[in-house]
Design a protein around this ligand. Structure first.
Ligand code: C2E
Ligand code: CA
Ligand code: CA
Length: 511
């Protein structure tokens, strides 16, 4: 079959398209998984930050409570209150030390008792919280100091950094977690730093405490998204690879299919492989040639000469029939045009058209060009439209047939007797000829009913003043019968088979 011939598309292009159809779902799937992983990490960093924030607030509540209880003691002699200061340290789990202040002077400490140190309110974020890197007792150990002051008195309670970094380490097991107070910040390793926070490139989240002057930032290191995907999604990746392979295979198969009928015919059209064959039509009485029907053949490079019924349906389906018919008309005009000055009476040239030709007016220009190639009045162009496939009478088709008639083009209904065309239909399209289908001719002398239909068609055409052509005349008996019944034109193997242009022209010249 010519229509299953190998595609023309280059091998490298096919490989690229196959690869692409495999890779696109794979890449798309990875993008979707990546965004899913990012969402999961974002959620995780938000939850972690939120948990840490609540934990720090709880610890600070405890520390602040100690300060509240001690504040009324501020101003009293250190000797009389230092036990109360130590009691808070013992009773409260996170409190490491307590201190009393009077006139911005720390004068009493749970650690040392009497003490002297200036308190600078500016050290405290919002005047309340100071994250510092140790004190004289434990230098280089983080300490969070809570300051409560009222009038001249004040209380300072400190929270051990050990608890803070413990929380950062335990809650932020997979997450980078930082506690920030003013300019200072503390990470899980337990050191207090000043200045810019460490970078949290993936899923960064910062939550600010509404009750104390601190914030918590959480996030992940660079590349965490891919690490997460590699750890969590292996089954989904296998599925993606499977889908990629299936899609690549589908792409491969579709490419093979997409290069089927219409692609192959387009190639053939461009290569000029559709050529005209000519079958003479003779006068019923004299048997002299009155014209010829142009029948398309596909001169396929590998399959040889292909019959039209094997490819015309594909051509109609793909819309290629219009340019194919145009090419056929151009070849016919180029072959017969130069001989036309020798034609005695107008020579009938039958061209087969389809419903696709009747959807616009392009055919008018094709016919005008065709006729222009012949000597004036030397040919009569007959368009054959099969009755098997009736066309819709639309405004366009009405205009088309009007234009064609004004050009002198004739219309024949082909395969007449096999369809259901009505009288109104014949009138509407200004039909000039009926071509009796071969099946009726073949039944002459065999089947009485077919002969009856044949007689009726002949009578009808006479009444309607239509020319009549009998197709498929193979025997002398058929020819005699048709001539006896005044059929104007005969076509069939009895007179000549469809022949290539060279043979036809040769025979035409010798007549
Ligand atoms: P069709 O228009 O009815 O053409 C007549 C067919 O009958 C031709 O077949 C012809 O070779 C065949 N034929 C002629 N005399 C005899 C005979 O005595 N006995 C028998 N058994 N057959 C005979 P072909 O050339 O194979 O064409 C088949 C069909 O393909 C045509 O039927 C027509 O419908 C279509 N076709 C051919 N060329 C074209 C074309 O250029 N355009 C379109 N749209 N259709 C075409
Ligand atoms: Ca025909
Ligand atoms: Ca026919």
């Amino acid at each position: 079959m010519p229509l299953t011939v190998r595609p023309r598309r280059k091998r490298s292009t096919r490989i690229i398209v196959t690869l692409l159809s495999g890779l696109v779902p794979l890449v798309l799937g990875c993008v979707i998984l990546n965004s899913q992983a990012q969402r999961t990490l974002k959620q995780s960093s938000q939850e972690t930050a939120d948990q840490a924030l609540r934990q720090f607030e709880l610890m600070l509540d405890n520390t602040a409570q100690a300060a509240h209880e001690l504040l009324p003691l501020a101003g009293q002699a250190c000797e009389s209150v230092k036990l109360a200061l130590r009691e808070q340290v013992t009773r409260r789990p996170f409190v490491r030390s307590t201190n009393l202040v009077w006139d911005d002077n720390l004068y009493c400490s749970s650690l040392f008792g009497d003490y002297q140190e200036v308190v600078n309110a500016g050290d405290y974020n919002q005047g309340k919280l100071w994250l510092m890197n140790g004190n004289p007792v434990t230098p280089d150990t983080a300490l969070l100091v809570y300051r409560l002051s009222e009038g001249r008195g004040g209380a300072l309670t400190t929270l051990d950094g050990y608890h803070l970094s413990n929380i950062l380490r335990l809650i932020g097991r997979q997450t980078l977690l930082v506690l920030q107070v003013g300019d200072n910040w503390l990470a899980a390793e337990g050191k207090v730093h000043t200045g810019a926070l460490p970078a949290l490139p993936v899923a960064p989240t910062t939550l600010v405490s509404s009750r104390y002057g601190f914030s918590v930032s959480a996030g992940f290191a660079q590349g965490e998204t891919w690490r997460y995907m590699a750890a969590e999604y292996p089954p989904l990746f296998s599925l993606l690879i499977f889908f990629g392979a299936v899609s690549g295979a589908i792409g491969h198969v579709l490419q093979k299919r997409s290069t089927s009928p219409s692609h192959e015919m387009l190639r053939a059209l461009e290569a000029g492989e559709f050529v005209p064959y000519f079958q003479p039509v003779v006068h019923g009485d004299s048997k002299a040639w009155s014209g010829a029907e142009v029948l398309m053949r596909w001169a396929h490079p590998k399959e040889g000469l292909v019959r039209p019924d094997l490819f015309i349906p594909f051509a109609e389906h793909s819309g290629l029939i219009v340019p194919m018919t145009r090419a056929l008309m151009q070849q016919t005009a180029a072959l017969l045009g130069p001989l036309s000055s020798t034609f005695a009476a107008p020579f009938h040239i039958g061209i087969n058209i389809t419903a696709s030709h009747c959807r616009d007016l392009e055919l008018v220009e094709d016919c005008r060009l065709f006729l222009a190639a012949f000597a004036p009045d030397s040919v009569s162009l007959v368009l054959e439209l099969t009755e098997r496939e009736l066309i819709e009478p639309t405004e366009i088709s009405r205009q088309l047939f009007e234009h064609l008639h004004s050009l002198g083009v004739k219309i024949a209904i082909d395969d007449f007797g096999t369809g259901h065309s009505s009288l109104a239909y014949l009138r509407k399209f200004n039909v000039d000829f009926l071509k009796i289908d071969q099946s009726f001719v073949a039944m002459i002398g065999i089947d009485a009913l077919s002969r009856h239909i044949l007689d009726t068609i002949i009578e009808l055409s006479a009444k309607l003043d239509l020319g009549i052509v009998a197709e498929g005349v193979e025997t002398q008996a058929q020819a005699d019968y048709l001539t006896a019944h005044n059929v104007d034109f005969l076509q069939g193997y009895l007179f000549a088979k469809p022949m290539p242009a060279a043979d036809f022209i040769e025979a035409l010249i010798h007549r």
